[in-house]
Design a protein around this ligand. Structure first.
Ligand SMILES: *Cc1c(COP(=O)(O)O)cnc(C)c1O
Length: 362
């Protein structure tokens, strides 16, 4: 068997240790004589997993008791709708930092429930893409929340400082960057992240909500999608995706064992710097269009100066065990996603391949 390096933007590769443990526990989880998939979510057998997963999130991100932790279905995209349903209350508008495709989708969905305000969008800085400074944003002091996407997975753009939302609750889609850098949860009203990038597998979404924000759901909010109902039932209102929950738990254990968020912050910095350095040093062959101030540490889109070589690059990379490097269909080119489970050896192998490819075809 030959494992490959998966540079796809999601689902991400998982650590071998996690996959091996899941394999070893498949037929008999914790001496129950069953797999975790077969265990009732309300049993005494499953309850410790619920508690442990929540405790791991609290430990990794230093989440205080002022915040509720939810595990929800529907991916990050469902939260695009749940934010207005649960937070708009009697208000009519909220602010959206439009830094790319995901933040635009979040804003479009919220626009079904009110009139959202785009406070800024990506602009050119010294001929490259970047997010304007907050002093240039059109913030509305009456906004019900300020939403932003710290890392734009498709566009490879990252906001490296936390917006100052004043007294307006700050809402962040951290699907692609959670656990890759330290955050101060107390700066946020709501943090959410689909699991399939740094938290495990698709099917479960982590939501962290300041408890005082739990009371404003619109009366027509479907019960299952009401954050307060989910909070009251400890995310067990209906049958949750127990296997995805279990894989998230293993992934959080693994993250803690590797040194937690501060270790992964250094790791993502080191991996991404290496790759950007290589791209910039071979500007006659490879380009990344994002300004260094706004470059993502996690998703690195790049293209070949000679775009007609892209299919050749992808084919040969795949033969070398470097898979899913194709750029998103909306932006084209190439993209290397370096989530927490991507080992440094994967980045080194990609750089070696890129160097050899440029030498042969340049
Ligand atoms: C992947 C991604 C999403 C979509 O997540 P789903 O769980 O598939 O809905 C949303 N936002 C960001 C920033 C992402 O990277």
């Amino acid at each position: 068997m030959q494992r490959v390096f998966n540079f796809g933007a999601g689902p991400a590769m998982l650590p071998e240790a996690v996959l091996e443990q899941a394999r070893d526990e498949m037929l008999d989880w914790h001496d129950t004589g069953m797999s975790v998939m077969e265990i009732g979510h309300r049993t005494d057998l499953f309850a410790p997993l619920v508690e442990k997963t929540e405790a791991s999130v609290r430990e990794l991100l230093s989440v205080s008791e002022d915040y509720q932790i939810l595990f929800m279905p529907g991916g990050a995209s469902l939260q695009f709708s749940l934010i207005p349903l649960n937070l708009l209350g009697n208000q009519k508008t909220a602010d959206y930092v439009n830094t790319g495709i995901w933040s635009k989708k979040a804003m479009d969905e919220a626009n079904r429930y009110g009139q959202m305000n785009e406070v800024t969008r990506v602009a050119e800085k010294e001929g490259r893409l970047c997010i304007p400074k907050q002093s240039e944003w059109q913030l509305n002091p009456e906004a019900a929340w300020l939403h932003y996407t710290p890392n734009e997975t498709i566009d490879g753009i990252e906001l490296h400082s936390v917006p100052d939302a004043g007294t307006v609750p700050l809402v962040a889609d951290m699907t692609s960057c959670i656990l890759t850098r330290k955050i101060d949860v107390s700066q946020y009203g709501v943090i959410y992240a689909g699991a399939q990038k740094n938290l495990g597998q698709a099917g479960i979404t982590l939501v962290i909500i300041r408890r005082d924000l739990l009371k404003q759901a619109a009366s027509f909010t479907p019960t299952l999608l009401n954050w307060q109902v989910q909070a009251a039932s400890r995310s067990l209102y209906n049958t949750p995706p127990v296997y995805a929950w279990y894989i998230m738990d293993l992934m959080l254990d693994w993250t803690l064992k590797q040194g937690g968020v501060s270790a992964f912050e250094k790791f993502s910095q080191r991996k991404s710097e290496k790759l950007y350095r290589h791209i910039d040093a071979h500007a006659e062959f490879y380009v990344n269009r994002v300004h260094p101030d706004c470059r993502s540490r996690v998703n690195i889109p790049f293209s070949l100066v000679n775009d007609s070589l892209t299919p050749v690059f992808l084919r040969e990379a795949e033969e070398a065990g470097l898979v899913f490097l194709k750029g998103h269909r909306l932006v084209g080119g190439l993209r290397a996603s370096l989530y927490n489970a991507m080992p440094e050896a994967g980045v080194d192998a990609l750089i070696r391949f890129m160097s050899d490819f440029a030498r042969r075809l340049g």
